[in-house]
Design a protein around this ligand. Structure first.
Ligand SMILES: Cc1ncc(COP(=O)(O)O)c(C=O)c1O
Length: 389
């Protein structure tokens, strides 16, 4: 049996030779730490299940996999004490699809008050989903250090019909506490908001792997539950985003049927390999997940050491593998820190501006420690050449 130890995650995948978006977007001299997937080989059980299915040589239309759905339900009950009714589950090809369907729902079902609250900064597809579906987003600024959420009683909810939450938070890496989530639930109830919680990063809590709080688990009544939906997926946690399998969990039957009215037509059904990968991940992926989190903790320590040496503030990374670095103090003469690091260090990062935080960069730590070391060393050298350093 494979041991999912540091040696396992240390082995490079050589993604530059394949079809990886992350590794082929820039020149071969660039270390890519941008788009959110991992440079780690998937666990043996996922590879074996996909191989078995591929070898059947039969790729016709597949029905939704009840085995994969059951594995997802069991996983959430056993790990997080979250009981999901199978009726609530709407399979989805991806979570970005669900974000867009939620915004469309607000637009169509609540035309007089379709504005949606989102946080700032937040994963950029929250912003684009609202714009693309023709509704207005209202940004609730998060403070990157300390307690992130402002006092919600100061928010004016007139004209707003929903809130899209990122739980845990990308890009701040914040793990919402039960108390914080309770505050958001109460705010939603007081203002009759529909609440969508993107929980794709729920399996990536670094220090306490079972501590993410599914928003739906915290509800106290049926009425409260019925204004909520959650989006979960095995994709980020087990590094299978290319397989395209996710789930919208929607307790209210009317909202569910409105949300899913284009399933199988405009919205494609889940790819058969997505089902196979999801089932194997939820059933057998736990040793890999725990080993991967230990490896990420080592990479996080490296990142924290580098940021401290550079004198740049770093958000406390509690969940996700995406570090958020504050570069606003650098004298870059108008250049964004993302462009600066790409040009001078040949390291590709995500620009904080796309999440609503110009002057910041997001650094993907889910790579081999040796690769991260090279990137951090190059970034350090680039910073050392600046006048301020
Ligand atoms: C918060 C969040 N939601 C959704 C996604 C992407 O989801 P999918 O690939 O399933 O559409 C990401 C990817 O980074 C993400 O960080």
């Amino acid at each position: 049996m494979t041991a999912y130890d540091f040696d396992f995650f240390d082995r490079p995948l050589h993604r530059e030779r394949g079809d990886s978006v992350k590794w082929t977007q820039f020149g071969p001299d660039v270390v890519p730490l941008w788009i959110a997937d991992m440079d780690f080989r998937a666990c043996d059980e996922i590879v074996a299940a996909l191989t078995r299915r591929a070898q059947e040589g039969c790729y016709g239309y597949a029905r939704d996999s009840q085995a994969a759905i059951q594995a997802m339900l069991d996983y959430h009950r056993e790990r997080y004490g979250w009981e999901i009714d199978p009726e609530w589950v709407v399979p989805q090809p991806g979570v970005v699809t669900s974000l867009n369907l939620f915004c469309r729902l607000l637009r169509d079902a609540r035309p007089a008050r379709s504005d949606v609250f989102i946080n700032e900064p937040v994963y950029h597809h929250f912003i684009s989903a609202a714009a693309l579906r023709g509704i207005r987003e209202r940004r609730v600024a998060l403070s990157p250090f300390g307690v992130p959420l402002p006092d919600l009683s100061t928010l004016d909810a007139r004209g707003a019909g929903g809130w899209m939450l990122c739980n845990p938070q990308n890009p701040l890496g914040h793990l919402w506490s039960e108390g914080e989530l309770r505050g958001i639930l109460d705010f939603a109830a007081a203002n009759d908001l529909l609440l969508a919680s993107d929980e794709i990063h729920g399996g990536l809590v670094l220090d306490a792997p079972h501590l993410y709080h599914p928003l739906l688990r915290l509800t106290r009544s049926d009425a409260e539950r019925r204004r909520l939906m959650a989006f979960v997926a095995p994709s980020k946690t087990w590094n299978i985003p290319g397989l395209g399998c996710a789930f919208a969990i929607i307790p209210d039957p009317e909202i569910r049927s409105h949300f899913s009215r284009d399933n199988d037509q405009l919205i494609p059904s889940v790819n058969l390999f997505g089902w196979v990968g999801a089932e194997a991940a939820y059933r057998h992926g736990e040793p890999w997940r725990l080993g991967m989190l230990a490896y990420l903790r080592r990479n996080r320590a490296l990142m924290e050491g580098a940021a401290a040496a550079w004198g740049l503030p770093l958000c406390r990374l509690e969940a996700t593998y995406l570090a958020f670095l504050d570069c606003r103090s650098l004298a870059l003469g108008g250049e964004s820190p993302r462009d600066f690091f790409l040009r001078t260090a040949r390291v590709a990062l995500h620009d904080g501006a796309i999440f609503g935080a110009p002057g910041w960069v997001r650094i993907n730590l889910a790579t081999q420690t040796a690769t991260l070391r090279v990137a951090l060393e190059r970034m350090g050298n680039a910073l050392a050449a600046l006048p301020r350093h």
